[in-house]
Every structure is written in structure tokens, then in C-alpha cells.
Design a protein around this ligand. Structure first.
Ligand code: HEC
Ligand code: HEC
Length: 257
């Protein structure tokens, strides 16, 4: 369709089209990776199969109070689950239930809800949230007044670090793993970070940098801990703000089922 025609479409039709694009982008299953991990999670997902969103929907009712209707929370201390990848969600639920994602009051709040789920429930509930449309926010216009970044807007600093990293300090571009639009990758699985609550993203980055969570299976945690090591507090705030404002695109990778 030529851009001129697209512009002429009534708004409702454009919204319907983008909803269709989202629906279409959620149906491609990604095959499970071969079992190469040597460290088993306390709660084992090995015998599970791709999540069933219909079964997951019934289990997800218990999550609404904190994570919001369809995984879009109103309170920024809770992470958005809408549009997050199924296998990432299931793995985090297994980590909470096994006591491996622990070490803070908020992780302790989450743990009892993970314990009510069987390993297959974790994948089902993951599939349900993976198929919900994520909300997006607006990045912070705040201008930094002192230090290295004086005179620059918070989200501009975040944008630069996200896309370019800082080779001199060994900081890789976040986009290399989380993608140019922050949609992540359902295969490895690398989480979606776009549209995430900035309070939550900042807290996670602090936890990685300061090594405040310890998983038995350290691989994914250590990847992010190494990335976050050189970040300053201002840079964490800037990245969290930028992530909130990142928007999905039609060609983002489809969540795995
Ligand atoms: C009482 C509030 C509450 C309820 C109810 C709740 N959660 Fe959570 N959830 C939290 C909090 C707080 C966190 C962040 C914890 C942390 O920082 O580790 C969280 C984190 C998570 C995460 C990790 C997200 C990420 O991006 O890594 C997943 C997955 C999750 N919850 C799934 C669920 C599911 C599924 C249910 C329902 C069965 C549920 N939660 C019910 C409070 C809640
Ligand atoms: C080499 C790949 C890689 C790079 C580069 C990378 N990440 Fe990550 N990121 C991961 C993985 C893997 C996880 C999941 C870790 C886990 O399970 O705890 C993750 C998790 C996260 C989370 C937590 C998501 C959630 O829902 O809890 C945030 C926030 C995040 N990354 C932000 C960033 C930012 C900002 C950068 C750039 C400064 C970055 N990442 C660079 C691989 C990467």
C-alpha cells in the first residue's frame, strides 16, 4: 500500500490494521532449543510443551491484581507481562517457585503466586501473556543538570547507550540482544524490554549491576550482570526511561508459543 493511501485511511481502519498486524505476528511458533543446559532449575520445565493460551487465560486471573488486566499494570512497581515471550515468562516463574529468583521484598511478594502453578501452567500462562498487546509509555524529558551528561535529556542518553553502547567502557549496545525496538527474542529467550515500567527496569538493572539476585543456573543472570557492570545510576535511570518509550513495530519477532 502506498503511503498516500495509508494516510487517507480513517483512523479506525488504521487501528484495526495495526491490531491485525499484531494478531498475525503472534502465531508463529518457535521450536524449543535442544537441551544443552547442564544446570537444572529447581522447578524443571523440561517435560513441558509449548504453552496453551486458552488454559493460560484461566490461570492468569490470579495475576490481574498486580500485573493489571491483560498484563498491563497500572502501578509501576509491577512489571508489564503483556507481549513478553512465553519461555522467558515460564523460566522466571520457575525461578521464583524454586526460590532462585529471590533476594528482595518484591521477589518475595511474587513467589507464592508462582508456587500455585505447575511447570505446564507456567508455559500456558506465559503463552496467554505473550499474546497480549503491550502498552507503551512516554520517555522522560527531564534534563540532567550536572556531571558528565549535564545539559542532556534523560531519554537521549538512554537512546545513545541502547543503540551504540560505549565501547571504551566495554558496554555493549542493548539493541544487540534486545533488538532495535526492544522486542527481545523469543528463541534464546531474551526478554522484551520495550514499554516496560521504568521503576521495574531500573530496579532490575541495579540488581544485575550489584549482583543482588543469585540464580543456580547463572547463565542468563551473568550475561546481564556483565552488561550492567559499568552503568552509573544516571545511566540506569536514562535507559529505564528510554525503554518505557520504545514502541513495537510490525516486523518485531513474534512471541514463541
Ligand atoms: C501481589 C502482587 C502480585 C501478584 C498477584 C502476581 N505478581 Fe508477578 N510480580 C509481582 C512483583 C512485585 C514482581 C517483581 C518481582 C521482582 O522484582 O523480582 C513480579 C514479577 C513477575 C514476573 C517476572 C517478570 C519479568 O519481566 O521478569 C513474572 C513472570 C510474573 N510476575 C508472573 C506472575 C503471574 C503469572 C501471576 C499470576 C499467577 C503473578 N505474577 C501474580 C507481583 C505480583
Ligand atoms: C548479550 C545479550 C544482552 C545484552 C547486550 C543486553 N541484555 Fe539485557 N538481558 C539479557 C538476558 C539474557 C536477560 C535475561 C536475564 C535473566 O533471566 O535474568 C536480560 C534482561 C534484561 C532486563 C530485565 C527484563 C525483565 O523483564 O526483568 C533488562 C531491564 C535489560 N536486560 C536491559 C538491558 C539494557 C538496558 C542493556 C544495555 C545496557 C541490555 N539489557 C543489554 C541479554 C542482554
Amino acid at each position: 500500500m502506498r503511503p498516500a493511501r495509508l494516510l487517507a485511511l480513517p483512523l479506525a481502519a488504521t487501528v484495526a490494521l495495526s491490531a491485525l498486524a499484531w494478531a498475525q505476528s503472534t502465531v508463529v511458533p518457535v521450536p524449543d532449543p535442544p537441551p544443552v543446559r547442564t544446570v537444572l532449575l529447581e522447578v524443571d520445565l523440561k517435560g513441558t510443551h509449548a504453552g496453551d493460551p486458552v488454559r493460560g487465560k484461566a490461570r492468569a486471573a490470579a495475576c490481574t491484581a498486580c500485573h493489571g488486566p491483560e498484563g498491563r499494570p497500572a502501578d509501576p512497581q509491577y512489571p508489564q507481562l503483556a507481549g513478553q515471550h512465553e519461555r522467558y515468562l515460564a523460566r522466571q516463574l520457575a525461578l521464583y517457585a524454586g526460590g532462585e529468583r529471590a533476594g528482595g521484598a518484591l521477589a518475595d511478594t511474587m513467589r507464592p503466586f508462582s508456587e500455585t502453578l505447575s511447570p505446564q501452567d507456567m508455559r500456558d500462562v506465559g503463552a496467554w501473556f505473550a499474546g497480549r498487546r503491550p502498552a507503551t509509555g512516554v520517555a522522560d524529558e527531564l534534563t540532567i543538570t550536572e556531571g558528565l551528561y549535564a545539559g542532556r535529556k534523560l531519554h537521549e542518553i538512554g537512546q545513545q547507550l541502547y543503540h551504540d553502547g560505549d565501547a571504551a567502557r566495554g558496554l555493549p549496545a542493548c539493541a544487540a540482544c534486545h533488538g532495535p525496538t526492544g522486542a527481545g527474542n523469543p528463541g534464546p529467550p531474551w526478554p522484551r524490554v520495550a514499554g516496560q515500567s521504568p521503576d521495574y527496569s531500573a530496579r532490575r538493572l541495579h540488581e544485575y549491576r550489584d549482583g543482588r539476585i543469585w540464580y543456580r543456573d547463572r547463565h542468563a543472570f551473568d550475561t546481564m550482570a556483565q552488561v550492567a557492570a559499568p552503568l552509573t545510576d544516571v545511566e540506569i535511570a536514562a535507559l529505564a526511561s528510554y525503554l518505557e518509550g520504545l514502541h513495537p513495530r510490525g516486523d518485531d519477532p513474534a512471541p514463541a508459543r
